[in-house]
Write a protein that binds this ligand. Structure first.
Ligand code: HEM
Length: 516
């Protein structure tokens, strides 16, 4: 609606301006003024400030108007806003009705509100205090495995559909992915082709040997977090927030990994590091941005000092942005300084060809991609280990065999990954974690797809599946909501088959880079 009013406002104002020229000798008539006022809208939409769909509707409205009136010079500037509003609303209603009842998705079941309007999802997420998983589970139970959740948007619940969608090289959907302000990162690049080149350059950092090169960083940060937890809980005799502690651990490892910069999040009192609080606060903003792209565009176009005033809760993020941009500028001016960094960072493969913006955005993508996901999973794992009868004892017995003396150094990654029960506990936590619960939207490419047998989805449709729903699907997992690490202690073949059903890190060409 805000978008609609903006289109109308911009269009009406431009029309008035152009039409006033008509009183001058050789000035413009109404028709020319109308046409001239529509044209800039096209460019404003192309720059991403207005939704192209609305501008198209505006053009359609113009045609109807031309047809109905012999000359637009009859229209006064005073009523232009109102007339323009009627036209846009009429065009919106008509296009919604077409999409719901006549368009190519008309046979896909779903709530009427969703078939008619793309505000169905934002309404439920922002005003009905629900979340993606709860909402989609309820809708799939009511309408079946493939459902309509917007005039041009479909959600699918099954593993087959998930594999079909994500194993393609479909583009990421711009409204969602642009809302993070990471357009030039491997996560935010919309097309497979653009992402591939960047991902290839970064891939060395994410291989087994790349991650092994960072083992000392991870160990040092884990040790520090354990010391700080002890200090918070035992020395000060109070409780502390374990999830925040895990977030601080994850963010410290990632900033060191990406930028060779220890930002000291772990040392913050109560683990309330400004960067973590800012990331928490920004999650709601992303929900707004992803549904109201115009707000997103405006906020990201503001100078930093103004953003600071408008959104002080995000100051931790702005601080980090300033710090890292300074670091990038220094490295750009003097690339030889990279040689003194003790391990590989994202700057090593990207500095030579990457812009300042793309370097920062890559780091931010890693920060957001690896902090909540890792910390939620770690917290869930600890919760289930402590609360599921028998698990803690079994895990400790196995760990004691390779690490009899707690005060000695933690066994190596090589040694730990050979422990079957520990591996099973991690797999089970990865199965139960919500991971990335938001729909990972893709745009169906040329030729369309059969998302499940007999259900055809045409090119251009926005489509997504839910990894969390697949990981909890009772046709794939026995007692799916129970934490049962023992389910993974089976023969190699059976375990492989189970791994093929686990989609926490997504699938296909855009699956997680941080999987190791
Ligand atoms: C338990 C931990 C993690 C989970 C559950 C997870 C999950 C995911 C998922 C589902 C995607 C697909 C997103 C999409 O399609 O848009 C993804 C992508 C990605 N993840 Fe992770 N992730 C985890 C940890 C990490 C870590 C630690 C890093 C890096 C430090 C990382 C970096 C990335 C990147 C760069 C992408 C984008 C890949 C692309 O678009 O081609 N992730 N992750």
């Amino acid at each position: 609606m805000i978008d609609l009013l903006l289109v109308v406002g911009v269009h009406g104002t431009l029309f008035s301006l152009f039409k006033q020229r008509a009183s001058f000798p050789g000035g413009l008539d109404g028709q020319t003024a109308w046409l001239l006022s529509v044209a800039p809208l096209y460019f404003i939409a192309k720059a991403g400030f207005l939704p192209g769909r609305l501008v198209l509707q505006g053009l359609a409205g113009s045609l109807v108007w031309f047809y109905r009136t012999a000359s637009l010079s009859m229209i006064s500037e005073r009523n232009i806003y109102l007339q323009s509003l009627y036209l846009y609303i009429a065009a919106s209603v008509l296009s919604s009705l077409y999409a719901a009842f006549l368009g190519p998705l008309r046979k896909i079941p779903g709530p009427l509100f969703a078939k008619l309007s793309s505000y169905y999802l934002p309404y439920h997420l922002l005003f009905r205090s629900t979340n993606f998983t709860k909402l989609f589970s309820r809708l799939h139970a009511q309408y079946g495995p493939v459902i309509r959740i917007g005039p041009n948007e479909v959600h699918a619940a099954t593993l087959d559909a998930y594999n079909t969608i994500y194993n393609q090289r479909f583009d990421k959907e711009p409204t969602l992915y642009k809302c993070f302000g990471e357009d030039e990162s491997s996560f935010g690049e919309l097309t497979y082709a653009a992402m591939k080149a960047r991902k290839d350059r970064l891939s060395g950092l994410f291989t087994r040997s790349g991650v092994k090169g960072l083992e000392h960083v991870i160990r040092a940060n884990v040790d520090r977090t354990v010391d700080r937890l002890a200090q918070e809980c035992f020395t000060s005799q109070s409780s502390t927030d374990f999830l925040l502690a895990m977030k601080c651990l994850a963010v410290n490892v990632i900033t060191t990994f990406c930028f060779a910069k220890d930002i000291g999040a772990i040392d913050a009192p109560g683990f309330r590091a400004p960067i973590i609080l800012a990331m928490e606060a920004s999650l709601f903003n992303f929900l707004v941005f992803m549904n109201f792209p115009l707000a997103n565009k405006i906020i990201f176009s503001l100078p930093m000092w103004l953003s600071w005033i408008i959104a002080p809760e995000l100051s931790g993020l702005f601080d980090l942005q300033l710090l890292l941009q300074g670091q990038i500028d220094e490295l750009k001016a003097n690339p030889a300084r990279l040689e003194s960094v003790p391990h590989k960072t994202i700057y090593h493969p990207l500095l030579a060809s990457g812009t300042r913006k793309s370097l920062y955005e890559e780091g931010q993508a890693m920060l957001f991609g690896g902090t909540d996901t890792v910390s939620n999973t770690a917290m869930l794992l600890v919760f289930y280990v402590l609360s599921t009868p028998g698990v803690e004892e079994k895990l400790l017995d196995e760990l004691r065999a390779v690490w009899p003396d707690k005060t000695s150094e933690i066994p190596s990654w090589d040694a730990l990954e050979k422990l079957p029960y520990l591996t099973a506990v991690i797999k089970e936590a990865l199965r139960l974690t919500p991971g990335v619960p938001a729909g990972l939207k893709r745009v169906v490419g040329k030729g369309g797809i059969f998302v499940v047998e007999g259900v055809w989805i045409p090119e251009g449709t926005v489509i997504h599946g839910s990894g969390h729903m697949v990981n909890l699907d009772e046709t794939l997992w026995k007692e799916p909501r129970k934490f049962r690490p023992g389910r993974w202690l089976v023969g190699k073949e059976e375990r492989r088959a189970m791994e093929a059903n686990l989609v926490t890190f997504s699938r296909g060409p855009r699956m997680c880079m941080g999987i190791k």
